[in-house]
Design a protein around this ligand. Structure first.
Ligand SMILES: Cc1cc2nc3c(=O)[nH]c(=O)nc-3n(C[C@H](O)[C@H](O)[C@H](O)COP(=O)(O)OP(=O)(O)OC[C@H]3O[C@@H](n4cnc5c(N)ncnc54)[C@H](O)[C@@H]3O)c2cc1C
Length: 496
């Protein structure tokens, strides 16, 4: 028996159990506890930031309360030294530590373009519905395009050179997050959630206020194995200590929600949330059958007469290529009339393996010919603009290379094209997936066919955002919190 693995007693129950402490999970756990509810936030990974007793750091940070996660210059460390940080059960990059993606990402921080909501999201989630939530998020996490301590911008040679060409072509320089709607023929400095030269974001804001409340609890190193449910009603969550407790103190056993009124919010990310639903008997029959036949879960999985058939894992999406800066915007309209970015229509699928890892079985990149045409058009356009700049050399595609051939030469795989901006898999919408629709969760983020189970993270996004998605996910989490708090407990549950 590992002393780092505490078996939970059945006495303590919670109004809300939130599974996963990423961009979706931390903000909603804060808002639900702020409303007076008891909230348990579960995170399978270890603490990350020094503020939360994280310990992973290079020797030169010893003696400080900072870890590799706090120092912007170490953002890329996850690619060189991923052990104990990157998720081990997915086939793409993800952060499985306290904070999830927002503890390991590059901290690029974009206020969403109005069309990010208006094109893709359903009624009640349009730009006008999200304004209040956007303001709340950007008040707490303003972001900056000058991340240094002394207020100076460094290494601007590239920016200065490129901007001359952009100016000559009539592009306008903007402060991006002051003009979120001006994303055509504009450019600017990239914005980051960095403050005092350290990683800022939900770990320094939402988690701080949540932790000050007595009704809030956080358990790290604790894996949610599956939901315990009777029909569409979840009574608790089955837990396992991460690696048997060998990586730090965790919890095992079954933790229950408040009988009758308690709710569970799954915020385990695009892959983690889908996997948890599969293991809980919620998803397409082919995926649930893989879990049923697995050595780990087969014998104890919920029986097939209780399965809920929903299109979990479909509608997978990612940006076609990562962006850094200087950031340049130009609207490219495909010949199908929709825009590149928020308007792309290519989608993929993620699935589960017999070992209960997940994989991108159908990569989403450029599967649609109009999406591909728009990318080619975009590269051609930028080549034209930037060719005006003296002594600037295009590295790819080379001067002699045909753009179409270049685009076709890049494999449509996460390894070549991936941007780590995975969305989809548990899509929000009114078209109930049990009866042939695409949606896994309804407009309150409640899983169809259940009465107290919700999904709140990148997985509910029906389509892609223009920029890196973390701000939009946090805004969506604020919005979901309001809608969930406003929901009445179903009458039949109250009478139980
Ligand atoms: C390397 C990298 C760079 C990126 N750069 C940027 C950027 O610069 N700007 C930007 O906006 N976005 C960036 N992103 C994307 C952004 O970080 C993600 O879109 C965002 O974090 C997703 O939020 P989420 O809540 O859906 O999931 P996550 O943030 O992934 O959170 C999910 C959490 O759930 C936990 N979990 C999973 N399964 C379980 C379980 N069964 N039990 C308990 N816990 C579980 C995970 O450990 C994780 O902490 C980047 C991502 C990566 C990986």
């Amino acid at each position: 028996q590992n002393t780092n693995c505490t078996a939970v007693g059945s006495g303590q129950t919670y109004d809300y159990i939130v599974i996963g402490s990423g961009a979706g999970g931390i903000p909603i756990a804060d808002r639900l506890s702020e409303a007076g509810h008891s909230v348990l936030l579960l995170e399978k990974g270890p603490p990350s930031s020094g503020r939360w007793n994280g310990t992973m750091k290079p020797t030169w940070l010893e003696g400080t309360n900072l870890t590799r996660f706090d120092v912007p210059g170490l953002f890329n460390q996850i690619w060189h030294d991923p052990t104990g940080v990157a998720c081990e059960d997915i086939d793409v990059m993800g952060g499985c530590v306290l904070g999830g993606g927002i503890a390991v990402n590059s901290a690029l921080w974009w206020k969403p373009h109005p069309r990010d909501w208006d094109i893709n999201f359903p009624t009640g989630w349009k730009n006008s519905d999200m304004q209040n939530d956007t303001d709340k998020v950007f008040q707490r996490i303003p972001g900056t395009y000058i991340p240094s301590m002394d207020g100076k911008l460094y290494l601007q040679q590239g920016f200065d050179r490129v901007s001359k060409g952009l100016d000559a072509a009539g592009f306008k320089q903007v402060v991006p997050n002051d003009h979120a709607d001006q994303k055509n023929h504009t450019y600017g400095h990239s914005t980051f959630f960095i403050e005092n030269a350290e990683r800022h974001g939900p770990l320094r804001t939402y988690l701080v206020t949540a932790s000050q409340r007595k009704q809030f609890s956080l358990w790290t190193n604790t894996v949610a194995r599956r939901l315990v449910r009777t029909g569409g009603h979840v009574t608790g969550v089955e837990l396992e200590c991460n690696k048997g407790g060998s990586v730090g103190p965790g919890h095992s056993g079954i933790v229950n929600v408040t009988p009758g009124t308690g709710r569970v919010i799954v915020s385990a990310g695009t892959f983690g949330s889908a996997k948890l639903l599969f293991r809980s008997g919620i998803g397409p029959t082919d995926q649930l059958t893989i879990v049923k036949n697995s050595a780990t879960d087969g014998a104890t999985m919920i029986s097939s007469d209780q399965w809920i058939n929903l299109p979990v894992g479909y509608n997978l999406n990612d940006h076609v290529a990562p962006n850094l800066g200087p950031i340049i915007w130009q609207q490219i309209k495909g010949t199908d009339g929709v825009y590149l970015g928020a308007g792309t229509i290519s989608r993929g699928r993620m699935t589960i393996t017999p070992q209960l890892t997940t994989r991108v079985s159908t990569p989403p990149y450029l599967r649609d010919q109009y999406d591909k045409e728009a990318v080619i058009q975009g590269i051609e356009y930028m080549k034209g603009v930037l060719s005006q700049i003296p002594s600037l050399t295009w590295i790819a595609p080379t001067a002699s290379q045909n753009t179409t051939a270049f685009v076709n030469s890049i494999p449509a795989t996460p390894g070549s094209r991936g941007s780590n901006h995975w969305t989809g898999s548990c899509t929000i919408g009114t078209d109930d997936g049990r009866t042939g629709g695409n949606a896994v969760v309804d407009l309150d983020t409640k899983v169809y066919g259940t009465d107290n189970l919700f999904v709140v993270d990148a997985s509910i996004f029906p389509g892609m955002t223009t920029g890196n998605p973390s701000a939009a996910i946090i805004i969506a989490s604020e919005h979901a919190a309001e809608r969930i708090l406003a929901l009445k407990t179903p009458a039949h549950v109250k009478t139980l």
